[in-house]
Design a protein around this ligand. Structure first.
Ligand code: 15L
Length: 291
């Protein structure tokens, strides 16, 4: 049985993959936050991806790396740079030094988020990042190309839409991927014998898709889910938002400087963010009372 390292395993996608891949692989899970409780076939190794030494330990003896680790939304460069530029470099470099050939990179729809929603794009389009986060994902793809061409690594870049048991809103109807489809794509990335460097879209078979996912289909991807069954109630709930965000694929990422993602914050920062939100609400209330 192959041993697979999943970085950023404490996050949402990590949780889905752990469930879906259980029994198929030995999973070495790494994250800054502890992953608990561990299931059969899983082990945990604490790793800070900004430290090459941690990743050298984590990648030792594994058959493939699924690199999910990093800052998972748009944020300050001070957050994106260490986690998604330095951390991504460290993951590739540690794998290379340890002779791990197979590397699955969790890229994102935000590497191409500035394409319009009325366009269908494939894996060959130029990157059009919608954010610093998207730029870092494009960096990861370029790094993957380098490590494939120069060092013979087998690199599988998944431009993931949004992994969730069900889509969250109108935009996600086009980019949603169910946990079981996500796991299927990851298995292809781990197992397909002919992977050198590939870009695929991590999306289900959505009727409203913005992607021509021919490259994934060529490699045998046969998604089982389509977001359309969730469309009606979601569309009924949808309220008009920023026109630019609604025209472009990346949504809020194309206009916002930061996207709230409480799940990715450490507990202390989460508490601080909550306190500052409370304070903001109090100020707004005071102002309203004065008027
Ligand atoms: C992503 O790349 C993020 O990691 C995730 O948190 C979602 O925001 C997703 O894109 C999305 O576009 O919905």
């Amino acid at each position: 049985m192959k041993t697979i390292l999943i970085t950023g395993a404490a996050g949402g996608i990590g949780g889905h993959l752990r469930r879906e891949l259980a029994g198929k692989y030995r999973l070495r899970l790494s994250d800054l936050r502890p992953v608990k409780p561990l299931a059969k076939g899983e082990s945990f190794l604490r790793a800070d991806i900004t430290r090459l030494g941690d990743l050298l330990r984590a990648t030792k003896g594994v058959d493939a790396v699924v690199h999910l680790g990093g800052y998972s939304v748009e944020g300050r460069w001070e957050d994106i740079h260490p986690a998604n530029i330095v951390g991504c470099y460290n993951a590739f470099e540690a794998a290379r030094r340890n002779g791990v050939k197979r590397f699955l990179f969790a890229s994102s729809n935000h590497a191409v988020g500035f394409y319009r929603r009325d366009e269908v794009i494939d894996h060959r389009v130029m990157v059009r990042p919608d954010s610093r986060y998207g730029v870092a994902k494009a960096f990861g793809e370029a790094l993957g190309r380098l490590y494939a061409d120069k060092y013979g690594m087998q690199v599988f870049c998944m431009r993931i839409g949004n992994v969730n048991p069900a889509p969250l809103d109108k935009r996600r109807l086009s980019i949603w991927i169910s946990p079981r489809d996500m796991a299927q794509l990851v298995e292809i990335g781990i197992e397909h014998p002919e992977i050198r460097f590939e870009i695929v879209y991590g999306v289900s078979d959505n009727a409203r898709s913005w992607y021509d996912n021919a490259n994934a289909l060529r490699l045998g991807y046969a998604p089982r889910d389509d977001s359309e069954i969730y469309a009606e109630p979601l569309l009924a709930r949808e309220r008009p938002g920023d026109p630019r965000a609604e025209t472009l694929q990346g949504g809020a990422f194309v206009v916002e400087e930061s996207i709230p993602n409480p799940a990715s914050l450490a507990p202390a920062r989460r508490r601080a963010a909550k306190t500052s939100r409370k304070a903001k609400r109090a100020v707004t209330k005071k102002k309203a009372a004065k008027r």
